[in-house]
Design a protein around this ligand. Structure first.
Ligand code: GLN
Length: 275
């Protein structure tokens, strides 16, 4: 059996010149397969079972040669302290989206709020919130049946019973209810930016990325929807792209007070709207 460090070196050398971040990629792969933090892998330098080694080599080949994102090859990804099942029908969880969740959790501690997520994907936002706020009531919609399947699987694995998931397109969604919180990480990539996405991001579902010609289609729809369906003391939380702050000020201009938050890299990433 090889040790972690031996196998790391082998995969690192294979990745070098083939991937942008060979060291980080090799570390992440083995950290997931060994179910240990990267630092622990180095410190403990565990022996790698033959079966795990075989899996690591298979995955590293597909990762480097086919440019398939690691999350899809593993079928799971960490988000906000939990592991979520993912596949090529959903976006890969991103750290920026953890900040969206964090912002909601910081703003709203208790109570029993009614919360809607538009475009749940794998469910990272809605299910993390549902775990942290068990007294709240959650509805999640997605227009992709395949994404909903993954989300249901994740919801089941967390044993949640405060989440209702529906197949619906926000453009045609007309529920009876009003909500205290409306949350979304909608598709927001413009037609122009779609062309320049990296090979990895191009493996992610277009339905979850493409936000129409200027990338703002879903914000327009969500703005109209929220005017009808947000409770007076409620708030809308949206993930956005850095260059969308100005047009979004306008789209939500007649709606309410807006506040923007930057992500850890310094880009505008979250918008909150209150009546
Ligand atoms: N953050 C993604 C990107 O810019 C886009 C995610 C989205 O459209 N919601 O690649």
């Amino acid at each position: 059996m090889k040790t972690y460090r031996e196998l790391f070196r082998e995969i690192y050398l294979f990745y070098k010149g083939r991937l942008h971040e060979p060291r980080r990629e090799a570390e992440l792969l083995l950290s997931y397969l060994l179910d240990r933090k990267v630092a622990e892998c180095y410190l403990e330098n565990p022996e790698v079972p033959a079966e795990t080694e075989k899996q690591a080599l298979e995955i590293s080949r597909l990762r480097a040669l086919e440019k398939i994102p690691l999350a899809y090859l593993l079928g799971r990804w960490h988000f906000y302290g939990q592991t979520f099942a993912v596949d090529e029908n959903v976006l890969i969880p991103r750290p920026e989206t953890e900040q969206l969740v964090e912002t909601v959790l910081e703003d709203r501690q208790g109570g029993s709020l009614k919360c809607l997520e538009i475009g749940v994907g794998s469910g990272i936002i809605i299910l993390t919130l549902a775990l942290k706020r068990q007294g709240w009531n959650f509805t999640g919609i997605d227009r992709s049946q395949a994404a909903l399947e993954i989300c249901r699987k994740n919801s089941l694995s967390f044993g949640l019973n405060n989440v209702t998931l529906l197949e619906a397109d926000i453009a045609a969604f007309a529920p009876q209810d009003k909500f205290d919180l409306i949350i979304s990480n909608p598709p927001y990539v413009s037609a122009e930016r779609m062309i320049f996405l990296s090979a990895e991001v191009k493996k992610e579902p277009e339905i979850a990325l493409f936000g129409g010609e200027d990338g703002l289609d879903f914000y327009r729809i969500i703005s109209g929807f929220s005017e009808q369906h947000l409770n007076p003391s409620g708030a809308v939380y949206l993930e956005i792209d850095d260059n969308q702050k100005e047009p979004l000020e306008e789209i939500f201009g007649s709606f309410g007070k807006r506040r923007f938050y930057r992500d850890y890299a310094g880009f505008w990433r979250i918008m909150k709207v209150m009546l």
